[in-house]
Design a protein around this ligand. Sequence first.
Ligand code: FFO
Ligand code: GTP
Ligand code: MG
Length: 464
Amino acid sequence: MPLDNTETIAAIATPPGTGGIGIIRISGPASIGIACRLFHRKGIAGPAASHDLLSHRLTLGHICDPASGEILDEVLVVAMRSPRSFTGEDVVEIQAHGGPWLLRSILALVLDQGARLAEPGEFTRRAFLSGRMDLTQAEGMMDLIEARTSAARKMGSALLRGELGMEVSRLREALLELATRMAAEIDFPDDVGDLVDEGQVLQDLQEYYLPELRRLIRMGENGVRLREGLRIVIAGLPNAGKSSVMNRLLAMDRSIVTDIPGTTRDLVEEPLNLAGLPFVLTDTAGIRDSSDPIERMGVERAMESIRSADCVLLVMDARRGADREICLLEETIRSSPYLLVMNKKDLVDDCDAIALPSSWKPAARVSLSARSGEGMDALRKALTDLAGFSEVQHAALPNLRHRAAFERAAEALERVRAGMLSGHFWDLLSVDLHTAIQALGNVLGENADPDLLDRIFSGFCIGK
Ligand SMILES: Nc1nc2c(c(=O)[nH]1)N(C=O)[C@@H](CNc1ccc(C(=O)N[C@@H](CCC(=O)O)C(=O)O)cc1)CN2
Ligand SMILES: Nc1nc2c(ncn2[C@@H]2O[C@H](COP(=O)(O)OP(=O)(O)OP(=O)(O)O)[C@@H](O)[C@H]2O)c(=O)[nH]1
Ligand SMILES: [Mg+2]
């Protein structure tokens, strides 16, 4: 999408549907002129003048159709004058009553006066292009809007405040400064003497830059989980009570429960918010050999989702104990972290005493009754402990795009380090150093190509 900053854009900024108040947002050099032609201040006949709209002050009046003179609504108008606005351009917001037809009629008048309809995310794109926020902040704003849990909200808010962006720019500045000294040494080897202390550079790489990048990459894993939810797959033999456990966790009758083994066939997936942390639960078919082709497909799907799980809930019927079949299943899920659920506690005497093979290494073992609900709190606690989000809450966690760039930067710095150890010249090393600097710049959105910006901002809503 070609971006012409001289165009004035407009959109309804509040969600579609009926509400108490609806906002029409206008940004660009013509926005104040357009608003004045449509707006009559309370008690003053005729269209408003530019000086009637003080920056960051609400003014009461009416929106009038200039062609017919018809009054459409009583509104509050606020102007935010360039550069003191969200986009950095002149911005006007019209706060009208929140009826969809009314808002569309006012928007139509704004467009008649020369604005064009904004693309999704275009206001924020302009804020980014005018340097009012870096790309991590724009992405954080999107995370904030989309957050469904308090953990995701805190992460979005930290990103929007620029916490990750500042960290990345500090790293980038320091590397840039090193590159400048390297360049001076390459260009004037005799004049400037030893500008670069190689031992110090090596030490900085090993003790600061590389560990810092690795930490950011690791944090990115948590970022992906916080954005998408930790994938918990409930698995076990038929009739163990998997669907009953799922329904208890969700406090909803989501998955079909019967006493017939082989009830669940397809994957049943549902998001779950536990103590403000996001999970995605998947109930699966009980694992067994079956002659029924539909059930066999269900078992295949169950095995596939076990392989892609962040964590498996292995549900056992306490009455069966660790029999041969469940032992085989434990072996196959062992490659992921798993929690052991001893279900149907109400039917056995001492559920906690049931012996397990010593090779089993569940992250936790919980005895419960999905029928009565006893023990469910312990399972919830085991799940939130396992999520391991506690230390990263409130942090501005990298997303997949950031993470890929940190990996590029770390690889490039790794090459610089290896090159120094084998005695390469600065001019060779500086190529890799610049690759790292560029990768960090990409995180912030420096030299971002329009395709990347399209990809990021097109996911926003119209009016954002
Ligand atoms: N009505 C309304 N509410 C909103 C927004 C908005 O654009 N309009 N925002 C949009 O996402 C968020 C708030 N973000 C904003 C960020 C900066 C400025 C702004 O005018 N900044 C100027 C002036 C600061 C001042 O002087 O107080 C500046 O930074 O120079 C406005 C809103 C959430 N709520
Ligand atoms: N007494 C008792 N019965 C339970 C408990 N949990 C589940 N059940 C019963 O066990 C039977 C099977 O429960 P489901 O939740 O459908 O079991 P499942 O593991 O999903 O079974 P499939 O989908 O066939 O693999 C049902 O009759 C449940 O009511 C429990 O804690 N105590
Ligand atoms: Mg089931």
